[in-house]
Design a protein around this ligand. Structure first.
Ligand code: G6P
Length: 609
C-alpha cells in the first residue's frame, strides 16, 4: 500500500508533493513525509537533503512549521499504510542511509529484509527503524561508487518482494531515480517539469501526458528529460500516453463526505457504465470480439473485498444466461490453491483500483495455465489492465472513500452486460435475456428512486448505532448483498456484523440472538421470500428486532422497520438493494462521529499480500 509522489522541475516541490499525497491518502494515512534537495547557499552546486516527516495524516505534515523551510525544486514524498513497524515518526518515510546522503520512499514489501538487515549490520551499518524499507537507502549507499543508477540497479537485484521506489541524493541533485516491481508508478511529463506518482489522478492537475514504468525497470527523471533502463541498465524506449480524465471529479462538490457523494453518484455512474454498450435493438458491444466463448466449460470470477462480493452477485447471472458453471473465489486463496484451470477456463478478475496485489497475482497465475483472462477495472491504465488479455472498464469515475459504493454497483452492472454479451455469442438470445436487458437499461432510474427511499433509514440508524453486533440474512442474490452490507458496516462503523444465508441461521448463529439483537433481512425474490420471513420470525421469537429491506409486499406487523425498494429483475436486485445498506452503514458511522472516508486500519488500494 502507501502512496508516493515526486517532482523535479522549475516549480517549488512541496505544494505539488502535498497535493499529490492528499489525493493518495486512499492508499494509507498512518504517517507522511517529504524529502527535498534544498539549495540555501550562493553556490549553485551545494545541495542539502532536508526531511520533514511525522506520524498522522498528510494535513498534519502540511501544518508542520518545518515544511516552509523546504524550498527546493526536487523532492519525493510518501503517505504510509504500516506493514512493518508501528505508525510512528521513526518508521515514517522518507528513510535515509547511515551517511544521510540518500533518501528513499517505498511502496510495497521487501520480503527478504531480515537477511538484508543482517548483511548490512555485518557490513557496519546501523538500522534505526522497524521497517523493511530502511535497507534500501543503505544498500544504495553500500553499492554507490559514483554512479547512482548502478547503485540502484545493484540494490534492485538484492530485493525480493514488491517495490515502487524514489531515490534522491545530494550526489546528484538534478535527478530522481525511480524503479518498480509489482507496485505501480507513473511519470507525468510537462514543460514545467516531471511528476511521479503511484497513480494518475495524483498529478492529473499538472499534465495528461504519462509514461508507465513496467516491472524491474528504472527511470532517471530530470527536469526536462526522462530516461528508461532495464534492471541490467540497457536503455529502453517508451512512448508517452495521453490520458483523458477529469481531475475535478475527485472533489467533494458540497457533500459532507466522499462516501456520501459516491453513493449519490450511482445512477449516473451506472448510466455511464452501460453507455452505448447495451441496446434493445442491437447486439451488445464490448470490444472483445476476439474471444471465442464456445471453448469455455468453466468461469472463475476472482477478486478481493467488495469486488469479490460483486462477483458473488453476478455468478447466478452467468449460470442462468450463459449456462456455464461459475465459481467465485477470493484472489488470495485462488493464487495459492492450484485451481483447476486450463485453456477452456474463462477467468474474470474484478478490481476498482486495478492494483490489488492478490488479484494481480491471480491474473498471472491464470495466464500461466493458458486460461483466457478478462479484467473489469475502474482505474484506467492500472496494473491489472496491463497483465490481462482483455479489459473492460466500469465508468464509475474516481472512487475516493475507502469503503466502496459506486464501484460495486458498476461492477455488477458490467458483469451483467458481459453475461448478456456472452449469451448472445453462444446463441442463447431468448425472451428471458431480452427482459433482463430491459431491466438493466432501467437501472439508473431505479437507483434514483432507491436513493430517496433509503434516506428513511437515518431514523433507524439513530436508534441502534450503539449496538455491538448485527446480523444480515438473505437467500440467493440477497445473500450476496448481505455479505456486502455487512462488510460496509464493519469497515466504517466498527460494529461487529455477520452475514448468513437465511437457511443457515438455525445452524449456529441463532444461539447468539438475544433480546433486542438487530437482524437485517434482505428479501427481493418472491420464490424464497416466505422462507426468509420464517427465518426472521424464528429470530423474532428469540427477542430479535428486524430491519427489512424488500421490494415484496410483506405484511408482517412483527417487523420493526421496513425500507421498501423499487422492484427489479431478481438477478439485478443486488444493484438496488445494496443502496439502503450503504446508507445504513454511513448513518451509523456518522452517529458514532467516525471518519467515514478514512476508516481506521484500512486502505483503499491493497498493494501488499
Ligand atoms: C480494499 C478496499 C475495498 C476493496 C478491496 C479490493 O480492501 O478497502 O474497498 O473492495 O480492497 O480492491 P480493488 O481495488 O481490487 O477493487
Amino acid at each position: 500500500m502507501c502512496g508516493i509522489v515526486g517532482y523535479i522541475g522549475e516549480r517549488k516541490a512541496v505544494p505539488i508533493l502535498i497535493n499529490g499525497l492528499l489525493s493518495l491518502e486512499y492508499r494509507g494515512y498512518d504517517s507522511a513525509g517529504i524529502a527535498v534537495l534544498n539549495n540555501n547557499s550562493s553556490n549553485e552546486n551545494n545541495y542539502q537533503l532536508e526531511i520533514v516527516k511525522d506520524k498522522g495524516r498528510v494535513n498534519n505534515l502540511k501544518n508542520n512549521d518545518k515544511i516552509k523551510d523546504l524550498i527546493g525544486n526536487v523532492g519525493i514524498a510518501h503517505t504510509r499504510w504500516a506493514t512493518h513497524g508501528i505508525p510512528s515518526k521513526e518508521n515514517s518515510h522518507p528513510h535515509i542511509d547511515n551517511t544521510g546522503k540518500f533518501a528513499v520512499v517505498h511502496n510495497g514489501i521487501i520480503e527478504n529484509y531480515t537477511s538484508l538487515r543482517r548483511k548490512l549490520i555485518n557490513n557496519g551499518y546501523k538500522l534505526y527503524s522497524e521497517t523493511d524499507t530502511e535497507v534500501i537507502p543503505n544498500l544504495i549507499n553500500m553499492y554507490y561508487s559514483g554512479d547512482i543508477l548502478k547503485a540502484v540497479s545493484d540494490t534492485m537485484k538484492e530485493l525480493k518482494g514488491s517495490y515502487a521506489i524514489e531515490v534522491i541524493s545530494e550526489f546528484c541533485p538534478d535527478k530522481i531515480i525511480i524503479a518498480k516491481k509489482d507496485s505501480p508508478l507513473v511519470i507525468g511529463t510537462s514543460e514545467k517539469g516531471n511528476y511521479i506518482a503511484s497513480d494518475i489522478p495524483a498529478i492529473l492537475t499538472y499534465t495528461n501526458k504519462f509514461y508507465f514504468l513496467d516491472d524491474e525497470e528504472i527511470s532517471v527523471v530530470q527536469k526536462d528529460s526522462v530516461e528508461f533502463y532495464d534492471i541490467n541498465l540497457s536503455q529502453i524506449h517508451k512512448s508517452i500516453k495521453t490520458i483523458e480524465l477529469d481531475s475535478q471529479s475527485s472533489e467533494k462538490n458540497g457533500y459532507e463526505d466522499f462516501m456520501l457523494k459516491e453513493i449519490y453518484e450511482q445512477p449516473n455512474a451506472v448510466r455511464e457504465t452501460i453507455g452505448s454498450r447495451l441496446s434493445l435493438s442491437e447486439k451488445t458491444n464490448l470490444n472483445i470480439d476476439y474471444i471465442d466463448f464456445k471453448k469455455f466449460n468453466r468461469i472463475f470470477i476472482v477478486a478481493c473485498g467488495t469486488a469479490m462480493h460483486a462477483g458473488m452477485a453476478a455468478k447466478p447471472i452467468f449460470e442462468k444466461f450463459c449456462k456455464i458453471p461459475t465459481e467465485v473465489d477470493v484472489a488470495s486463496e485462488f493464487r495459492y490453491r492450484n485451481p483447476l484451470i486450463d485453456e477452456h477456463t474463462f477467468c474474470i478478475f474484478i478490481s476498482q483500483s486495478g492494483e490489488t496485489a492478490d488479484t494481480i497475482a491471480a491474473v498471472k497465475l491464470a495466464k500461466s495455465f493458458s486460461a483466457t483472462t478478462l479484467s473489469i477495472v475502474n482505474v484506467i491504465g492500472s496494473s491489472i489492465t496491463r497483465f490481462s488479455d482483455y479489459t473492460i472498464y466500469t465508468h464509475a469515475g474516481p472512487e475516493i472513500a475507502v469503503a466502496s459504493t459506486k464501484a460495486y454497483t458498476c461492477q455488477v452492472t458490467l458483469l451483467g452486460i458481459l453475461a448478456i454479451y456472452m449469451a448472445e455469442f453462444l446463441g442463447y438470445d431468448d425472451k428471458n435475456l431480452q427482459s433482463f436487458k430491459l431491466a438493466l437499461l432501467k437501472l439508473p432510474d431505479k437507483l434514483k428512486e432507491v436513493l430517496d427511499t433509503s434516506k428513511t433509514l437515518k431514523k433507524y440508524a439513530k436508534k441502534i448505532f450503539n449496538q455491538h453486533d448485527l446480523y444480515f440474512i438473505g437467500r440467493g442474490s440477497d445473500y450476496a448483498v448481505c455479505m456486502e452490507g455487512s462488510l460496509k458496516l464493519k469497515e466504517i462503523s466498527y460494529i461487529h456484523s455477520e452475514a448468513y444465508a437465511s437457511g443457515e441461521l438455525k445452524h449456529g448463529p441463532i444461539a447468539l440472538i438475544e433480546k433486542d439483537t438487530t437482524i437485517i433481512g434482505v428479501i427481493t425474490d418472491s420464490l424464497t421470500s416466505k422462507k426468509t420471513i420464517s427465518n426472521l420470525e424464528e429470530a423474532i421469537s428469540r427477542g430479535a428486532k428486524v430491519l427489512l429491506i424488500t421490494n415484496q409486499n410483506i405484511d408482517n406487523d412483527k417487523i420493526d422497520f421496513t425500507v421498501s425498494i423499487p422492484p427489479i429483475h431478481t438477478l439485478l436486485s443486488p444493484i438496488i438493494s445494496i443502496v439502503p445498506l450503504q446508507f445504513f452503514a454511513y448513518y451509523i458511522a456518522k452517529f458514532k462521529n467516525l471518519d467515514v472516508d478514512k476508516p481506521r486500519n484500512l486502505a483503499k488500494s491493497v498493494t501488499v499480500e
